[in-house]
Design a protein around this ligand. Sequence first.
Ligand code: KIV
Ligand code: ZN
Length: 505
Amino acid sequence: MKNTNNRIIIFDTTLRDGEQSPGVSLNIDDKLQIGRQLEKLGVDVLEAGFPVTSPGDFEGVRTLARELRGVQVTALARAVKKDIDTAWEAIKEGEDPRIHTFLATSDIHLKYKLKKSREEVLELAGEAVKYASKYTSNVEFSAEDASRSDLDFLCKVFERVIDCGATTVNFPDTVGYAIPWDFARMIKYVMEHTPNIHKAVLSIHCHNDLGLATANVLSAINEGARQVECTINGIGERAGNTAMEEVVMAIKTRHDCLPYETKINTRHIAATSKLVSMLTGMVVQPNKAIVGANAFAHESGIHQDGVLKERTTYEIMNPKDIGLSSSSIVLGKHSGRHALKAKLEEMGYQLKDDEITRVYERFKVLADKKKEVFPEDLEAIVAEEILRIPEKYKLTYLHVAGGSGIRPTATVALEIDEKEEMAVSVGAGPIDAAFNAVSKIVKTKSKLLRFTVNSITGGTDAQGEVTVRLQEGDKVVTGQGADPDIITASVRAYLAALNRLAYKN
Ligand code: KIV
Ligand code: ZN
């Protein structure tokens, strides 16, 4: 029987599956900032972490459950009591908290990983859900590796867990193996052969190993799945998870084929993507659908001509719908604070007065150096200013000498507790020299985990946007810097990260 309810529940797992991306590690402040943005974006369910895995994860989940409202905060737990107890402890202060427990159902996982029979797995799944239901009626069960499981066995497991109290049953394509029409066939089978499926929401969770995650999700919705598990920018384990922005914008843009509704306020998509990219250090590929820098850029003369005559000749979506400005030239050096504030609001940023003042000061400096200031430039400034925490180390002077035949040398001065300290250092290149000079002054023991540079817009006067990720002991922090001078941007990013470390100590 077809599912006639057309509301799609958006379950965001950026902070759990997304955080499982290689090299990503978010601290509690980062998680809270992303959580608040996801709340604004309008996600229905937010998976905040896997609390049993570490005390840090537990604290992160607990903080989000306490702080966020209007969203169901959930936490992951294996189908064992200890995990379920810990997950509940972390989420119990949330609004309508959900326990998300999982167990693999494919023969390959049963044989090699779990070393259990189907009968044992069926029992364990039911028991885990029963146990979780003692805490809350909002329980989700995921059949890990569902897409490689025997479908009749899977239906039995779903039937059992629904009988035991699961209100959502999730069908993950854990290894990204599914092909859209075959995935649709499997979802249809589950809908037709799980006798009590109408008592639960059928969810899907697709990985992107073959680049088919979004296609698989859309084909599953068509067969009755009503919850989509996804992440911002598609980050996640290995090749990632389904990108939320792709699913949401596909539904919005092709409503003729996809007559469904979500609660997402799409105008916050660009800002959310930017924030997640900044804090995770995972750069969005320029040609990424919806949120890539080139997603609304038109290079060919024929396309540019068409768009100027009528935008819809080559644009199927309005950039404004995801929170981007449609005008390419935004503000110049004569623009005032009011114009900047209006532009920022149009881009989806609601900043406090002191934040606007800081952004305005940076904007004026940039507008003096750069012919045109684009929305992307403003986004970089906003990200840097808003993520800023009290500055222990302030850059007061930077001079770098380099070039062919010259040993790169940097002179750096920092203001620390109202006193200026200076150092000179050499390095493999000018950025290395500048970093060496900074660490001479700060005497940091931190290790550089990641250094990424991105050009924000085209042209040689474009701002460079740098992300630096540092580790000191068990603390991992990220800093960002943006400037038309790439060395200045790098030093700013390095200092932002060092300031975060100092703030945490
Ligand atoms: O990919 C997967 O199977 C998962 C589950 C834990 C839902 O992430
Ligand atoms: Zn997953």
